[in-house]
Ligand binder design. Structure first.
Ligand code: NAD
Length: 483
């Protein structure tokens, strides 16, 4: 059962806050439920609980318990998967098929890390005769997990999974807009028998004072933050004094490089889907489409048609492919950026806006497409977190790579061609943490993701996520030789 009046989870108890705030359905402005308002004091209490729990051996040194808790949690989530998917669509607005996929992906990821909990090995070397160097991979301590609203289930799972599996204790701080979903997820964890008190805590707030305390508290060892590059930079500065390990999954400006041998209609349809996933509010969503000059006009026609055909409306309707943006301030900000782009671009190909028949309190925005040749334009460089796509043109492979790499970001990109050698050559040259070939937005629990340059630090998903939540300790012992 989902909980539509969520509390904060501190030291094993679900406690109220100093007040409550409403979670609003962006499809119609209705109230989905209420969440506890916390702040710095709740952050302090949660950090203290996590710190105490880390210092007891029952979690940090007990991989079998960690595995059984993670697997037990996944089973409980599975039993409520449909309720959780509906709650995700109610709070976030995304199409129900995307919510179902996200909940299933999050559960699968918790199982993946449950499996790995019993395999966090170090290594041993005999560095000289009779001298053994043992490298122990140890949990780093208390991890603060700051999770955004765009994919709150899977982005929670990919951070809390490796953190708990390797023996860290955690404090979770969801985005205000999706607090109910996070609380419902963690409520299921709190019901798993054997979970020690204080291992996982959750605080909620509408402002940022609890999050800021997570970042500067001397008792927090790791901050795992998924959000914008601007906030990531502020967190780096605030975390400097206590020299925290930082796991930063930040913004992107994903570029699709389309060669003339790619089928224009099929490629355009798939890129339109990749651009409008979560209404364009996914860090890896397709944003720039670089097309070879000989295929440019065909791509213009097909991409405009595919984006214009996108069904926009309440995500609970299974016929809808694109829901609203997360809230009115986000919609207004994206719309203002898109309108500035319309004024500055070479050609407006599809002019998105608010659908005329939408409820007054909703935050819908239909897709927009522009064509532009100068990659230094603000709308080719800045992350615009909504359904907005720029078509650009190139003549040679080298020009395509240079244009695609002309960005401060480096999160993800895709290459579209039937020439296998060219696909790998270009993928190799693109400076991004993930490159898809004839596909876009495919993410797996098993495959590390993360950013080059200003898209972040570290990797989540996959085995290497343990690097973000562990320290490597060298234990040296002289044992001598026999004889
Ligand atoms: P945001 O940066 O505005 O906020 C994210 C979180 O940071 C919120 O929970 C907020 O409370 C917290 N926060 C804000 N100020 C803080 C501070 N000073 N100290 C500590 N915490 C603070 O991001 P958003 O708009 O909610 O999310 C969208 C962004 O997230 C986009 O830029 C998107 O690309 C990025 N994102 C990246 C990935 C990835 O894997 N790289 C995944 C999803 C989203």
């Amino acid at each position: 059962m989902t909980n539509l009046d969520s509390r904060q989870w501190i030291d094993g108890a679900w406690v109220p806050g100093t007040g409550r705030f409403a979670s609003i359905n962006p499809a119609d402005g209705s109230v989905v439920g209420h969440a506890a308002e916390g702040g710095r004091a709740e952050a302090e209490a949660a950090i203290a609980a996590a710190h105490d729990a880390f210092n007891r051996p029952d979690w940090a040194q007990n991989p079998r318990l960690r595995q059984s808790v993670l697997l037990g949690w996944a089973d409980r989530l599975d039993a409520q998967a449909e309720d959780l998917a509906r709650l995700l669509t109610l709070e976030n607005g995304k199409a129900i098929a995307q919510s179902r996929g996200e909940i299933a992906g999050a559960i699968s990821e918790i199982r993946y890390y449950g499996g790995l909990a019993r395999h966090v090995p170090g290594h041993v070397l005999e560095v000289e005769p009779g001298v053994l160097s043992t490298m122990l991979r140890e949990p780093a301590g208390v991890a603060a997990l700051i999770i955004p609203w765009n994919a709150p289930a899977v982005l929670l799972a990919r951070a809390i999974g490796p953190a708990l599996a390797c023996g860290c204790t955690v404090v979770v701080k969801p985005a205000a807009q999706t607090t109910l979903l996070t609380a419902a997820f963690l409520r299921a964890l709190s019901e798993v028998p054997g979970l020690p008190r204080g291992v996982c805590n959750m605080i909620s707030e509408t402002g940022h004072s609890a999050a800021a305390r997570l970042v500067d508290s001397p008792l927090v060892d790791v901050v795992s933050f998924t959000g914008s590059t601007a906030t990531g930079k502020r967190i780096m500065v605030a975390a400097a004094d206590t020299m925290k390990k930082l796991s930063l999954e930040l913004g992107g400006k994903s570029c699709c490089v389309v060669f003339p041998d790619a089928d224009p209609a099929e490629t355009a349809a798939r890129i339109a889907t990749a651009a409008t996933i979560i209404s364009g509010q996914q860090c890896t969503a397709a944003r720039r489409v670089l097309v070879h000059a000989s295929a440019f006009d065909a791509m213009k026609t097909h991409l405009r048609a595919a984006l214009a055909a996108m069904t926009v409306g309440n995500g609970l309707d299974p016929a809808i492919r694109m829901g609203p943006l997360i809230d009115r301030p986000a919609r207004d900000q994206v719309q203002a950026q898109v309108e500035r782009a319309f004024d500055a671009c070479d050609e407006v190909l599809l002019r998105g806006g608010m659908p005329a028949d939408a409820p007054a309190a909703a935050s819908f925005l239909t897709p927009s497409l522009v064509a532009h040749d100068d990659p230094s334009a603000f709308f080719c460089q800045d992350e615009i977190f909504g359904p907005f796509v720029v078509l650009e043109r190139f003549e040679t492979e080298a020009e395509a790579v240079a244009k695609a790499n002309n960005t401060v970001f480096g999160l993800s990109a895709s290459v579209w061609t039937r020439d296998g050698a060219r696909a790998l050559r270009v993928a190799r040259a693109l400076r991004n943490g993930t490159v898809w070939i004839n596909d876009h937005n495919r993410l797996f629990a098993e495959a590390e993701t993360g950013g080059y340059r200003q898209s972040g630090l570290g990797r989540l998903h996959g085995y290497d996520a343990f690097a973000d939540f562990t320290e490597l300790k060298h234990v040296c012992q002289t044992v001598g030789t026999i004889g």
